[in-house]
Design a protein around this ligand. Structure first.
Ligand code: AVI
Length: 333
């Protein structure tokens, strides 16, 4: 188990060496761009520029999920504390995809103020985000022990004492970006690490007025469009592709029937895109789309179905006043 030494998190080698070709990216691009409905998994959005653009999205007025989730973490902290507080002993709080800790520091403060003995295990792929999280906790909550673990939350789990209560957290509505089979797979994996009585706090975006959902992915500022198009810049850079970014447009839609917001890149002309690294060409008809992201919106019933498929039962849905978003408390049974 590798715990990140924050002093080496931003080693110069990492900052300067060219990005090696990622075999998973190659597989995804070849299969996605050869399919009848072209697709590219949204996990590839998050290079440095993509992460910077996502930070920008999170503070846009139309992008409500981050703001509402934050409001729940602050305003309903006591309800969360009641679920998290163990009957005895300490609690290991394990956040999958913690980012820079902005989401969780207020909850950890509430737990600390309530006298809950706490160790915070923060897992993220970004060394930069983990370094920021550690600095934030050092300044704002030095009393809480932070264990930063760098890696993919599909694979990593911290070392914890078997007898302590574990509370896993998967916030940010990130579950909604996973195809259903992967979402269930992730819940099952988390469940396999927990014992009876442990919890998973799952951040889910709820179904609401379709116009509010659509506005979040179709902002007038065009930041989501830049975020979507940045995927093509990344492939140009990392796979030697020659996507012309002016010949693709962002398109977002939302279907209240299945609760899915979907994003696409539309080829505005007939064109052929090449990759020197892959020695492949990909043809696009004018109007042809690449499906780049699904952001699932749930009802309480669909959260319950998802939880059951992953081996959990829903103990509570902790929501904002309008019920736009829920931090659902799932119990390992
Ligand atoms: C990270 N994820 C939950 C965001 C979402 O809402 O699906 C990513 C995003 N895509 C466009 N805007 C934000």
């Amino acid at each position: 188990m590798e715990f990140l030494d924050i002093t080496t998190a931003l080693a110069p080698a990492e900052a300067t060496s060219p990005t090696p070709v990622d075999a998973d990216m190659v597989k995804d691009v070849v299969s996605g761009l050869s399919a009848t409905q072209k697709f590219l998994p949204s996990r590839w959005f998050y290079d440095d520029e993509g992460s910077r653009l996502f930070q920008k999205i999170m503070i846009m007025p139309s992008y409500y999920p981050s703001r509402v989730e934050h409001e729940i973490l602050v305003r309903r902290a006591q309800d969360l504390v009641r679920w998290i507080a163990p009957s005895s002993g300490e609690v290991d709080l394990i956040e999958l995809g913690c980012g820079d800790g902005t989401k969780t520091v207020s909850l950890c403060t509430a737990l600390h103020d309530a006298g809950v003995p706490l160790a915070f295990h923060a897992i993220d792929v970004s060394a930069h985000a983990l370094a920021e999280l550690s600095t934030r906790f050092k300044h704002e909550l030095p009393q809480v022990a932070v264990h930063a673990l760098r890696g993919d939350y599909f694979q990593r789990w911290p070392s914890v004492y078997a007898l302590r209560k574990q509370v896993a957290m998967f916030l940010g509505s990130n579950i909604g970006n996973l195809p259903i089979a992967q979402a269930i797979g992730l819940l099952k994996r988390i469940r396999s690490r927990l014992k009876r009585g442990d919890l998973l706090l799952l951040g889910v975006d709820l179904q609401k007025d379709p116009r509010a959902v659509l506005a979040a992915y179709n902002d007038v500022e065009g930041v989501t469009a830049q975020f979507n198009l940045n995927l093509l810049s990344r492939l140009n850079r990392e796979l030697g592709m020659n996507f012309d970014l002016t010949a693709f447009r962002h398109y977002a839609c939302y279907s209240p029937i299945d609760g899915a917001a979907r994003s696409f890149l539309v080829s505005t002309v007939e064109q052929t895109v090449r990759s020197t690294q892959l020695a492949r060409t990909f043809h696009f008809r004018a109007g042809e789309t690449i499906y780049t992201e699904q952001s699932q919106k749930y009802t309480f019933d669909t959260v319950e179905e998802l939880a059951a498929s992953g081996g959990f039962t829903v103990c509570d849905h902790i929501t904002d006043a309008r019920e736009w978003y829920s931090i659902s408390v799932l119990g390992a049974h």
